[in-house]
Design a binder for this molecule. Sequence first.
Ligand SMILES: *[C@@H]1O[C@H](CO)[C@@H](O)[C@H](O)[C@H]1NC(C)=O
Ligand SMILES: *[C@@H]1O[C@H](CO)[C@@H](O)[C@H](O)[C@H]1NC(C)=O
Ligand SMILES: *[C@@H]1O[C@H](CO)[C@@H](O)[C@H](O)[C@H]1NC(C)=O
Ligand SMILES: *[C@@H]1O[C@H](CO)[C@@H](O)[C@H](O)[C@H]1NC(C)=O
Ligand SMILES: *[C@@H]1O[C@H](CO)[C@@H](O)[C@H](O)[C@H]1NC(C)=O
Ligand SMILES: *[C@@H]1O[C@H](CO)[C@@H](O)[C@H](O)[C@H]1NC(C)=O
Ligand SMILES: *[C@@H]1O[C@H](CO)[C@@H](O)[C@H](O)[C@H]1NC(C)=O
Length: 443
Amino acid sequence: MVKLKAALLAAAVLCLAVGWAHAQAQAPLVSGQSGGWRQGRATWYGGPLSFLSNFKNRGSPPEYGFGDILYGSCGYFEQNFSRPVTLQDLPYPKEMYAALALTDPDYPGSCGRCYEVRCKSGLVLGNGSTPYRTDQGYSLSANAPNALDPLGRKWLGNPTADQGLQSVRCWNDSHSIFIVVADSCPCIVRGADGAITGTNPPCCGSTYHMDLNFWGFDELSHPINGIMATEFRPVDCFTKQPLQFLPGFTNKTIYGDRVEAGWAWFPFNQSFSNFWAPGQGLGGSNATCVQLSSVPGGLTFAMRSGDQPGYQPFKGASSLDFWIKNLNSSTAAPALRVSLGDYDTKNYCDNIALSSLPTAQTSGAYHKYSIPISSFNCEFPQGKISSVGFQNVNGQAATFCLDDIVISGGTNSGGLSSGASTSSSTSNSNSNYGTVASGGRRM
Ligand SMILES: *[C@@H]1O[C@H](CO)[C@@H](O)[C@H](O)[C@H]1NC(C)=O
Ligand SMILES: *[C@@H]1O[C@H](CO)[C@@H](O)[C@H](O)[C@H]1NC(C)=O
Ligand SMILES: *[C@@H]1O[C@H](CO)[C@@H](O)[C@H](O)[C@H]1NC(C)=O
Ligand SMILES: *[C@@H]1O[C@H](CO)[C@@H](O)[C@H](O)[C@H]1NC(C)=O
Ligand SMILES: *[C@@H]1O[C@H](CO)[C@@H](O)[C@H](O)[C@H]1NC(C)=O
Ligand SMILES: *[C@@H]1O[C@H](CO)[C@@H](O)[C@H](O)[C@H]1NC(C)=O
Ligand SMILES: *[C@@H]1O[C@H](CO)[C@@H](O)[C@H](O)[C@H]1NC(C)=O
């Protein structure tokens, strides 16, 4: 079996972590009268030009200082480098895109996790129990109090403006939206060289904070509020049933019919990428498909801060299992190498050529591989593995689909154990992938 030391490829690899194949499809329900609702706060970013252009004071078009939702740090956009990414390249409805603050206790493994969020009329929380002040920079009413939202609605006003305190009047306190985490909101924003390029004060401090997108926010309260009090709870993306808060839910299946909760999706140097190609998977299910040309590229799945207690998707796992289909040949496996690593520290284990492996099973054009974790020869504890990468060999073109990527074995049930709550990461995950511009500033 030919293996290259993974470190050689480290610069090119964005890694991924995976979940457990079988037992963990059942996420824990939250019991109790509160239904798992917690208090939080939300801002928004992105939005339509027609609204943003009311804020020429904040920045230049087309973002006017509000950032955009297109290049989120979880990689949930389909990029074809022949043209810029647009809202049409987002696999989830734009209303669902949101970022968690790095200071949120369930930030680890939050890519792809879903939450139910509703607006709570009244004072907005600052730090601790102090109210948010209007002079803290997120109230937009000073600029354009009469700006209409896309449905033609006027702002309902701030009842505590005369005290300098930020209150919100929700459209409807009972109405909720469902969001998927696709991005992250760092307190301090750094450029690629490590220099500080900005700050996001609401994403600092002790109050649970989400940066919703413009459209999702506008379903709950007028965007002129800028910032609002919320109630939120983590939910199963499919059944919408509430999940345990800590540790946050992550799935040991990395890809089932979609990129599962816990996992970022990072194609790199691809000529084509599909997040969930319907009908391309096993038995006509969804698969994720990528086309790599002769430049070095690949597809990485990663769990951010996945090496923290309560997460650690590979802890005790015995194998990485997946199905792969070569779209360029009905018989040969694509010329790829598989790698494991620690996404946050960028340490990598050995990587392994598919051509050196036996096929465990076939189904139509699909080949199943089951790679013992031990064969990756990681020089760090298995609990720190948080990324899985598939990259082309010597820049050889490859076009392939992956399905049912599963972390098998292990005792950790992927965020379901009642493990320690975790401290949050201080890394800025807006720069976690190399091929696209960063997500931009937020309001
Ligand atoms: C993308 O391809 C270029 C060559 O075209 C290479 O220099 C770069 O390292 C590749 N990026 C990654 C992340 O592999
Ligand atoms: C408020 O939202 C709830 C839950 O969606 C809905 O049942 C109710 O009809 C809404 N109220 C109004 C006034 O729209
Ligand atoms: C909360 O405190 C942090 C420092 O701990 C500060 O950076 C942040 O701006 C404060 N946020 C609010 C809303 O007061
Ligand atoms: C975990 O992944 C499995 C397999 O794809 C899926 O059926 C299940 O719904 C996922 N669980 C949650 C809570 O998202
Ligand atoms: C399969 O992909 C489609 C989009 O092509 C998506 O709408 C659907 O939710 C996916 N199915 C599952 C089970 O995730
Ligand atoms: C990329 O997008 C362009 C323009 O929409 C299209 O013509 C081309 O076929 C796409 N490339 C791939 C590989 O899908
Ligand atoms: C298809 O496979 C051939 C050889 O098997 C290879 O030379 C070519 O680059 C591949 N093309 C793509 C698009 O994967």
